[in-house]
Design a binder for this molecule. Structure first.
Ligand code: R5P
Length: 309
């Protein structure tokens, strides 16, 4: 039986440790640094030979991280790893899924081809599936998209008084409807128009019927924070409670975080990307998905510890 081993890429050590503890798997050491000229040095300090290698690398700010990840996957294979899988709690480059302007690169496809040619499987959380129905449309390897909705529901149920949920755009309906359904809360999806990277308008209908409820704005990604900020401002204009802002993937800067906190009762996120707003832990659902996708390669003990559904 091939024994699994988890290798965190830099910055992913806490998630790797939690996954290792959940699955009962060894954590390996991957040494990496930059040479003075910026190129990447990489060394497997724990031998991946004949092991089922699991690389953990979330992919916010992906341009800095992707090459190191591909080097690691390639080197693991070179050392005779039995398989190489990737846990990327945040999967980058899913939003450019068509040409919005003539001449644009469809980077989602290129990035997927690149990853698919280096890893045997992929597990991620709530990838931005809008015009793609599933990851299989772009990824050539088995790819499992874990849904964070049950965890978001649990957090809202435990922490928000009389919530009503808002999704800022049509894409968010898939998350908002599921999260709201689980807690029996009312919900609405708004209409967003994007004019530029940091310029959005969100049309919010009259929400007076929700007076006395707490608005909870749920989005998969918060990046510039403009979508959340503009939507939150409209709650104030309508005289509603200060909203709670819930993100799955917290890609926003410290300054944006401060700006959002000024507008909101709370700003929270799941820990797919390490961020001071993290309050929702994805470890258990990721561990289950990893155990499932690796299937027969796991020992019985590991399966038990992963608490398979
Ligand atoms: C877009 O389609 C996503 O679902 C998010 O709404 C978007 O990425 C948020 O971006 P920003 O924080 O820059 O407004």
């Amino acid at each position: 039986m091939t024994r699994p081993i988890i290798f965190p890429l830099p910055g992913n050590e806490p998630m790797a440790e939690r996954l290792g503890a959940a699955l009962g798997w060894e954590i390996g050491v991957l040494e990496t640094r930059n040479f003075p000229d910026g190129e990447t040095y990489l060394r497997f300090a724990t031998n991946p030979s004949d092991r089922a290698v699991v690389l953990v690398c979330t992919l916010d700010r992906p341009d800095d991280k992707s090459l190191r990840l591909l080097f690691a996957a390639d080197a693991a294979r070179d050392f005779g790893a039995a398989s190489v899988g990737l846990v990327a709690p945040y999967l980058a480059y899913m939003r450019q899924d068509r040409r919005f302007q003539p001449g644009e690169a469809i980077t989602s496809r290129t990035f997927a081809r690149l990853l698919s040619s280096h890893v045997d499987w992929l597990v991620t959380v709530d990838p931005h599936l809008h015009r793609y129905a599933s990851l299989d449309e772009v990824y050539d390897v088995p790819a499992r998209a874990v849904r964070s909705a049950p965890l978001l529901s649990d957090w809202i149920r435990a922490n928000v008084h009389r919530p009503f949920l808002l999704g800022p755009d049509v894409e968010s309906e898939q998350w908002v409807s599921e999260v709201a359904g689980a807690i029996g809360a009312p919900w609405r999806v708004l209409r967003k128009t994007r004019y530029g990277d940091r310029n959005v308008e969100v049309a919010v209908p009259e929400l007076a019927i929700f007076a006395g409820h707490t608005p909870v704005i749920v989005d998969d990604i918060v990046s510039s924070g403009r979508t959340m900020a503009v939507t939150a401002d409209q709650m104030r204009e309508q005289g509603l409670e200060r909203p709670v802002l819930v993100a799955v993937h917290a890609l926003f800067s410290e300054a944006t975080y401060r700006g959002l906190k000024d507008r909101a009762a709370a700003v929270v996120s799941a820990n797919s990307v390490v961020h001071p707003s993290n309050v929702i832990d994805l470890t258990a659902i990721l561990a289950n998905a990893v155990a499932k996708i690796m299937g027969d390669g796991l020992s019985t003990n590991s399966n038990k510890e992963a608490n398979l559904e």
